[in-house]
Design a binder for this molecule. Structure first.
Ligand code: ADP
Ligand code: MG
Length: 240
């Protein structure tokens, strides 16, 4: 579904992605871990061109999205993104937040988007919050709404960048549970996280990023039980 070839990203003279090659297949749940500054967010942001790659190609469903002729809005519609900070629009109600993109991009009529929003609010367990404003919700609830908002575009892939890192500990579980349900429904997911339990339980493959490279990758069992890269061994000894 996503095919990354020799992806490089440089900020000034700092090479943040050093030539990444990766394939993500439909239905995979790829979990990305690694130290702070290793390029995890930059990698994720390149996948939907929130960052413009310095070199290399990214192909999504057979279409080279790094080709200037590609309609990037069309590509982004296939990829929902959820950030550490929920980024809900504070002046819009929860329902308006969810409806905004599909209506603005004319992908749905107002009534279709309305119906979709209510379905999604049921799905994330917050149907009674439709008319509330983001600041009236807890952090965990806001993140569940941010996930619903991304799902409103019927994406083929969901990209998560540390979705639980800004949450109080007691709210982490509800967001991970929702992500697990999405995974069980067959969604293709790429998840940057420090939640090793999630990586083990939900991941179909775990990648370790270090210094702008994917230094090791494996199925979760072998990744955690038999890490080979010394940097990964050191990283796991600190986080497990
Ligand atoms: P991670 O998500 O693994 O913590 P990032 O992808 O955010 O790492 O960052 C990797 C490196 O790139 C860091 O050294 C960071 O300072 C740098 N970086 C990220 N974004 C920018 C930017 N917009 N401008 C300059 N440097 C950046
Ligand atoms: Mg990051």
């Amino acid at each position: 579904m996503i095919d990354v070839k020799n992806l490089e990203k440089t900020f000034g003279d700092h090479k943040v992605l050093a030539g990444i090659n990766e394939h993500i297949y439909p239905g995979e749940k790829v979990v990305v871990i690694g130290p702070s500054g290793s390029g995890k967010s930059t990698f994720l942001r390149c996948l939907n061109l929130l960052e413009e790659p310095t070199a290399g190609t990214i192909t999504v469903d057979g279409e080279d999205i790094t080709d200037p002729k590609t309609d990037i809005d069309k590509v982004r519609q296939k990829m929902g993104m959820v950030f550490q900070q929920f980024n809900l629009f504070p002046h819009l109600t929860i329902k308006e937040n969810i409806k905004l993109a599909p209506v603005t991009l004319k992908l749905m009529s107002d009534s279709e988007a309305e119906q979709k929003a209510m379905e999604l609010l049921e799905r994330v367990g917050l149907p009674d919050k439709a008319e509330a404003y983001p600041k009236q919700l807890s952090g965990g609830q806001q993140q569940r709404i941010a996930i619903a908002r991304a799902l409103a575009m019927n994406p083929e892939v969901m990209l998560f960048d540390e979705p639980t890192s800004a949450l109080d500990p007691e709210m982490v579980g509800e967001v991970l549970q929702l992500m697990k349900e999405l995974a069980d429904d067959g969604m293709t997911m790429v998840v940057v996280t420090h939640e090793m339990g999630f990586a083990r339980e939900v991941g179909t493959r775990v990648l370790f990023m270090d210094g702008g490279n994917i230094a090791e990758q494996n199925n979760p069992k072998d990744f955690f039980e038999n890490p080979k890269n010394p940097r990964l061994q050191e990283f796991l000894s600190k986080v497990l």
